[in-house]
Write a protein that binds this ligand. Structure first.
Ligand code: CA
Length: 233
């Protein structure tokens, strides 16, 4: 059976951990990075994870990318409605990156700037695109990837769950191979640790999840950091 590793850490600077994660059987992985004042970010990411989990466990058809997107939309409505009823939650939202692996295929649905990576044959590839302002600038050729890492508007998202009525959800299904290793993570990892270092850890660490967290903390741990590493057998 392929191994799954998961870990989350508040980091070295923040007081609370607004990230949430879930491993749902069979072979479904969710990371969410909440935002909002007070404890609103925690509330939003937890609502996302719980809503997705409850929805999927009640859904008997294949958890393909369309079903995953439906789960995100349901969470979107719940978070929006909760924010409308409670002033302290005004403006809260969350990212959502979900992967389901079944029958030689991977299915994902994604909103925000958490990421899904695939390590195949030693090469690490980012599968999701960030829904962020800096990503838009990169695509327009206005800034480089290196400039984006330290951009003052680094944290501004163009899409988020629970912060707008109809967020754009990226979905895809693709074929998987034996030996594939998937990484789902929040930006607390990718802002601290570059892709080359991530690839090395995925290939060498006994427990890649805790090793990735360690690397983010060693690099400063400026944000909450959450990772799920799942192999395909
Ligand atoms: Ca974050």
């Amino acid at each position: 059976m392929a191994q799954v590793f998961q870990a989350t850490h508040v980091g070295r600077v923040r007081y609370n951990n607004e990230d949430s994660l879930a491993v749902i059987e069979p072979k479904t992985y969710v990371v969410a990075d909440g935002m909002g004042g007070a404890s609103a970010g925690e509330v939003a990411s937890q609502m996302l994870v719980e809503t997705v989990k409850n929805f999927l466990l009640k859904t008997e058809q294949l958890w393909d990318e369309k079903i995953l997107a439906q789960a995100i939309l349901l969470a979107n409505d719940k978070i929006l409605n909760t924010a409308r009823r409670h002033e302290e939650y005004y403006g809260m939202g969350t990212t959502a990156t979900i992967l389901h692996v079944e029958g030689g295929r991977g299915y994902f649905a994604h909103v925000g700037d958490s990421r899904l990576y695939l390590l195949r044959n030693g090469a690490l590839r980012q599968i999701t695109e960030d829904h962020s302002y800096v990503e838009t600038l990169i695509r327009r050729g206005e800034i480089t990837i290196e400039e984006a890492r330290f951009h003052p508007m680094k944290n501004v998202l163009t899409q988020a769950v629970g912060a707008m009525t109809n967020p754009e959800i990226d979905t895809l299904n693709f074929s998987t191979e034996r030996g594939d290793i998937f990484l789902l993570c929040t930006d607390g990892l990718t802002n601290m640790v570059d892709d080359a270092a991530i690839a090395k850890i995925l290939q060498t660490a006994e427990n890649p999840a805790t090793a990735l967290i360690e690397a983010a903390l060693e690099a400063g741990g400026k944000d909450n950091v959450t990772v799920i590493v799942a192999g395909v057998d």
